[in-house]
Each structure stands twice: as structure tokens, then as C-alpha cells.
Design a protein around this ligand. Sequence first.
Ligand SMILES: NC(=O)c1ccc[n+]([C@@H]2O[C@H](COP(=O)([O-])OP(=O)(O)OC[C@H]3O[C@@H](n4cnc5c(N)ncnc54)[C@H](O)[C@@H]3O)[C@@H](O)[C@H]2O)c1
Length: 395
Amino acid sequence: MAVKKIGIIMNGVTGRMGTNQHLVRSIVAIRQQGGVVLSNGDLIMPDPILVGRNEDKLQALAEKHGIERWSTNLEQCLADPHNVIYFDSQTTVRRAEAIRKAIKAGKHIYCEKPTATSLEESLELAQLAYEAGVKTGVVQDKLFLPGLLKLKRLIDSGFFGKILSVRMEFGYWVFEGDWQAGQRPSWNYRKEDGGGIIVDMFAHWRYVLDNLFGNVKSVSCLGVTHIPKRLDEQGHPYACTADDAAYATFELEGDIVVQANSSWAVRVNREDLLTIQVDGTEGSAVAGLRDCKVQHRVNTPKPVWNPDIENPFNFSEQWQTVPDNQNFDNGFKVQWELFLKHVVTDEPFIWNLLEGAKGTQLAELAIQSWDERRWIAVPELSLGVKQSDAVEASK
Ligand SMILES: NC(=O)c1ccc[n+]([C@@H]2O[C@H](COP(=O)([O-])OP(=O)(O)OC[C@H]3O[C@@H](n4cnc5c(N)ncnc54)[C@H](O)[C@@H]3O)[C@@H](O)[C@H]2O)c1
């Protein structure tokens, strides 16, 4: 049994996502379980180097989690051939510049979504990586949530018959920062810093819809900034220049209609922070982050509209719970393991920078739809030919 140590530059790892999901629940957890086992019994052992601006913070984080390497010098880390993967969970506006450098240094790329704040830049990154021949991956964590895996299981079984529509409710109240601290970083509410719920969440909705139900064909979206002023991490008031809610409709291949409400200014009266209801000719389902319940057509009650009497139905009791039937690991960790195998053994990994660019595309077109108050078609995305192939072909 051979152990293959893989050097991973982790940039932005002191942030919310970087620390909790990528470092602690993924890389540290993989190290603690003894690595990623390959089919021939060999092991991949991630060897992270934590990168950021603040040496004290990096050192404290590294020591807390038994990691030997940290650095404030990205260029030096990129120059070290031991590091073969560059990972980025910095704030969105900083990502493209660092990824360009990492591609130039020949590193494989794994990063948070959105990959950039504009489609042009997202596509440029995908094209650069393609030309450099490096492998890429973008976080698509929602696909690995137990609730969504159960939905996928239902779809694969043919449970729904023909899927007609999908209703997505996402959001919760994010405190303004005055009498209770806000639970998201303040840059999320400033457009100039890469904020906005459309840029953030539509990157998720794109891969969720494309992967589960069918490719997104068109979008109509209304964005809103419901809360115009918040207080930042230092208690200073600032103007919210980015949208904090979006009310969108999507048309998918197969005539599926999707309505998606996303809001950081909504109080939760549903079973989870994200719920997805799918209605099909044969049955319906409602998935949350972990649970999923179903109602088949043979179990569908027959309500009659009559507001003059007490409601005789307890609608929420008329659904059945989909069993787990498997152990669900943390979705970020599962995707990290797949990407590490992709890098080491060439196992397929479909969620690359081009797929990431599709998320940015949907966000950009949704914002255009909001600006112009009209439906916008979502064209297919592809990469241009490699420069080297073009030169070869012209000989
Ligand atoms: N997959 C998901 O579900 C999910 C959820 C939330 C956020 N995200 C994405 O993850 C990324 C990070 O979000 P977060 O909530 O962790 O943000 P955060 O503000 O908590 O962390 C941002 C990180 O970037 C670093 N950074 C910020 N400004 C910097 C600068 N000037 N120079 C160097 N480093 C700098 C910070 O030190 C920190 O490490 C964003 O792109 C966001 O869209 C993804």
C-alpha cells in the first residue's frame, strides 16, 4: 500500500467556509480518517499549506488542527512543486486573480463558487485552465446534501412520472447588525465587494437544476434590496448596494417550470432553510437539507375549497418520509474526495470551471432580466479551441 502525499495550497482558509467546511470538515477529517482510499488500496493523503494575510491567525488555525505548514506568501507556495492543487475560498472578487496565477504555475484548481463575478471572467478562467491542461473543480455542495440525494434517488426511480414544476424556497433572516450581530459577512451586502444574493445563490441553483431536473433554458428575475442599511463587523453603518432577495422563474428542458425565492430578509415558516417541492404526474416530494417526504398519486387527498368550515385536513401529516438507506457524509468532504481521486487517478469529475461558469452565467442573465424587466434565454456555454490546437491546425 502506497501513500501519495498531495500538497494543497488553501487560500482564504481563515474565512467562514474555508475554516468550517473545507479545512475542518473536509481536509482535516480526511487526514483523521487516514486519507482517501483508492481502488488498488493505495491512499491519498492531503498535505495542506494554509495561506492568508495574517500570520498569527494562520498559525493558530494550523496548530489547532495539527497542520505543519502555513504561509503569507502565495507566490512562494505556487513556486513549490510539492503543492499540486490550488484551492480558493477567498471572497469572490479576489478569486480570479489568484486562480490565474495558480494556472500559470501549473497547479490543478479547486475553488468555491461563484468562480468570478462576471461570466467573461469565469469563462476566461475555464479557458486558461483548459489550455494549460490542468484539472479543475468547483464546489457544488448542495448536490451532496442528503435531502437532494434522496430527491435524485426518487427521480432515478421514476417516482414522479413527468415532472411538471419545482418550487424552491431559500432563506432566513440575516440580522442587520444593530441589536444583534449579522450572521453573514458584510461584504455579502455590498455589490462593489462581490456581494448580492443573485451572484451567490444562482451559482447554486444552476447546478442543482441542471444536474437534477434538466438544463436551464431561460430566466425571469426580480431582485430587491429589502434592507437598505446594515452595520458591519466593526459596528459601522454601511449602505447595502447589493440585492438581498430575488424572486425568479426558470424554464428548463422538458417544459419544467421552476420558481425560486431566495431571501436574506424572510422569517422561516417551513421545515428547513432550503425546501424544494417537486410536483409530477405520479407523485410529489418536498426535500429539505437532510430530509425528504413524498406523496404518491394514490395517497393524494381530495380537498374541496370551503372556507366556511374548519379545515378537515392536516396536510403535513399526509406525506411519507423517504428513509436514509445509507450513511451520508459531509457534502464538501465527499466532493473533495472525488476531486483528489480525479487529480491522482484520472477518475471522472464533471464539476469543472466550465460548469462553474454556468452558475455565473445564470446570475448575470438574471440580473439582466431584472434590469430590463423581461425573460432572457440562457445560451449554451462552451470553450474555444486550444491555442496550441489552432496553431497545429493552421500548419
Ligand atoms: N458553497 C457554499 O455553500 C458557500 C457558502 C457561503 C459562501 N460561499 C463562497 O465562499 C467564499 C467565501 O465566503 P465566506 O462566507 O467564507 O467569506 P469570509 O468573509 O468569511 O471569508 C473570506 C476569506 O477571504 C479572505 N480575504 C478577504 N479579503 C482579503 C484580502 N483583501 N486579501 C486576502 N484575503 C482576503 C479572508 O481573510 C477570508 O479568509 C465566497 O466566494 C462565497 O461566495 C460558498
